[in-house]
Ligand binder design. Structure first.
Ligand code: DC
Length: 229
């Protein structure tokens, strides 16, 4: 493929974005940028340095003074997320870091900083970028925008099954409650809330298998880029 490809995928928590985007990027032979990991890196910084993820003034200073520099590298096609030059990829997936990420992502200084890093990366290479504001803010001109969603119950069930299979004890009702709280925070923040871009294709995967969702995403991309199968 000669023309650079930029694909924006947005959607709520546990919509399957990460795994579907990994698989889709592989199919298309391009890199996948998981922007949630970048917000999680800032959340991790807040936790580790004793700053409340709710403290917007302190976070403004952190960003202004470049105390939490986030970058990404790729090794064997997989994203490594770096915080102040240190690979923190393995420290980002826990619930506490996820909750901190959701809080810090409300603040305009944090968003402006990470959006600028993401846009710089997108000027350098073909990318499939997933997040919450990719189609609306990071890549408003992307040729392909997909808004991946599923019912809260379907997403909570996936998350619950995922936790159990990784050996974490979980309670379905609690998972659902946490997920609804996260949706509420992501959709109702004043700065760049989660919403589909006007020109996004909305893909509801509630009743689709992983393979069916992937095939559908591939079909949308190929139609837009006129790539033959
Ligand atoms: O996709 P995730 O769960 O790893 O994202 C963690 C948090 O970061 C999520 O609550 C919302 C926020 N986020 C965001 O505001 N904008 C993005 N582009 C990506 C994530």
């Amino acid at each position: 493929m000669s023309q650079p490809i930029l694909i924006a995928v947005d959607g709520p928590v546990s919509a399957g974005k990460s795994s579907l985007c990994d698989a889709l990027a592989k199919e298309l032979d391009i890199l996948h940028l998981d922007t949630g990991a970048m917000y999680r890196a800032i959340g991790l910084y807040a936790i580790e340095s004793g700053i409340s993820p709710e403290d917007g003034d302190a976070l403004d200073r952190v960003i202004k003074e470049q105390k939490a520099v986030v970058s990404v590298e790729y090794r064997d096609g997989r994203q490594l997320t770096l915080l102040n030059g240190m690979d923190v990829t393995g420290m980002l997936r826990g619930e506490a870091v996820g909750a901190a990420a959701s809080s810090v992502s409300r603040f305009p200084s944090v968003r402006r900083y990470l959006v600028s890093v993401q846009q710089r990366l997108a000027r350098e290479k073909s990318l499939l970028i997933d997040g919450r504001d990719i189609g609306t803010v990071v890549l408003p001109d992307a040729k392909v925008k997909i808004f991946l969603t599923a019912s809260p119950e379907a997403r909570a069930l996936r998350r619950y099954t995922q936790l159990l299979s990784s050996g974490v004890r979980a309670d379905y009702q609690q998972v659902l409650t946490d997920l609804l709280a996260r949706d509420e925070q992501d959709q109702n923040r004043a700065c760049d809330p989660l919403r589909p871009a006007e020109d996004a294709v909305i893909l509801d995967t509630s009743s689709l298998s992983f393979q069916e969702s992937l095939s559908e995403m591939l079909r949308i991309v190929k139609a837009r880029y006129a790539i033959s199968a």
